[in-house]
Design a protein around this ligand. Structure first.
Ligand SMILES: [Zn+2]
Length: 319
């Protein structure tokens, strides 16, 4: 039996000769979402229409084949179907089926609620390749309402004190979600010039971000600024209160390491509990873990699954 996938400087679906989220140019590649560490200037890319729009924005117009959620295509002897991954606009899991066996590649994903990304769906599969960034028991995020409560309270306090709240968030995904959450709570937002064009793509796909515009010149009073991480201080602003919105906020001392006043634990990645929940729902015969700590593989084995690390030469076989 042909293996489902193999490792050749990156994950490849063997039958279809399709590279998955490989960061170097490929003849044919599937892009799970448009974060920089998942894209390259491929000759031909398969992705959701939303990811295609973001990919074109980031790297210029390139040949792509739209694979909308839940609409299977036949490709190189495989049936390929995308499912929402809950991570950012257009983020997709990929289910590959050859009639005998099935493989689900999660890409970056989150199971819980998102203000701006479609909620993740997990089909069953024989083989699961799971992105396990937060695969350590220390990464259990607090309830979402608690994190949001902290964000809104501190933003309101900063505004009341005459300071400018500046929220650092990744330009694609987190920035749009935090904008939607802030505008939904009644705080008008101005976005950095690296964030705003991405937000326009969100809006073109019907994601309403509320009272949000492009920051030009000095920030007017009463607004929250949403900027990429490590954006320099605004020289004309007398007093800033800086926020980082990230899953790493659960680390002790995160705000010092991130050099912000408040680190808010809101993530667009599955936390430890969600990773284990996802594996249980997919109910695979084999699990391959990527991007996470090696100890996570042991924990998945302890939970009763045949688990392996991915990222070095390996072949995905069912036997
Ligand atoms: Zn990502």
């Amino acid at each position: 039996m042909t293996p489902v996938f193999h490792w050749d400087n990156g994950l490849k679906l063997t039958k279809a000769d399709l590279a998955i989220d490989v960061r170097r140019r490929q003849p044919r590649a599937f892009i799970s979402h448009a974060h920089a560490d998942h894209i390259a200037r491929h000759q031909y890319a398969l992705c959701t229409p939303e990811t295609a729009a973001l990919y074109h924005l980031r790297l210029g117009r390139r040949p792509t084949l739209d694979v909308p959620y839940r609409e299977p295509i036949e490709w190189g002897g495989l049936r390929l179907t995308t499912y929402p991954a809950g991570h950012c606009l257009g983020s997709a899991m990929l289910l590959a089926e050859d009639g005998e066996q099935s493989l689900l590649y999660t890409g970056d994903f989150k199971l819980g609620e998102s203000a701006t990304a479609e909620r993740a769906e997990l089909p069953r599969a024989d083989v699961l390749v799971i992105e396990s960034t937060y695969g350590h028991p220390g990464y259990r995020l607090p309830p979402r309402d608690e994190a949001l409560g902290q964000l809104f309270e501190e933003v309101a306090r900063a505004l009341a004190d005459g300071a400018v709240p500046v929220v650092e968030a990744y330009a694609l995904g987190k920035a749009q979600e935090v904008t939607r959450l802030l505008t939904g709570a009644g705080f008008p937002v101005l976005q950095h010039k690296q964030v705003f064009p991405i937000s326009r793509v969100y809006e073109s796909f019907g994601v309403d971000l509320g009272d949000c515009g492009l920051l030009r010149g000095d920030p007017p009073p009463g607004h929250v600024l949403v900027v990429p991480p490590r954006t320099a201080r605004f020289e004309t602003v007398a007093r800033e209160v800086r926020f980082a919105v990230t899953g790493w906020a659960v680390d002790r001392g995160a705000k010092y390491r991130l050099r912000v006043d408040h680190a808010i634990p809101l993530s667009d990645h599955a936390d430890y509990e969600e990773l284990l929940e996802a594996i249980g729902r997919v109910a695979p015969r084999k699990v391959y873990c990527t991007h996470g700590p090696e100890s996570f593989v042991e924990r998945v084995r302890d939970a009763g699954f045949d688990a392996h690390p991915l990222g070095r030469p390996s072949q995905g076989r069912l036997f």
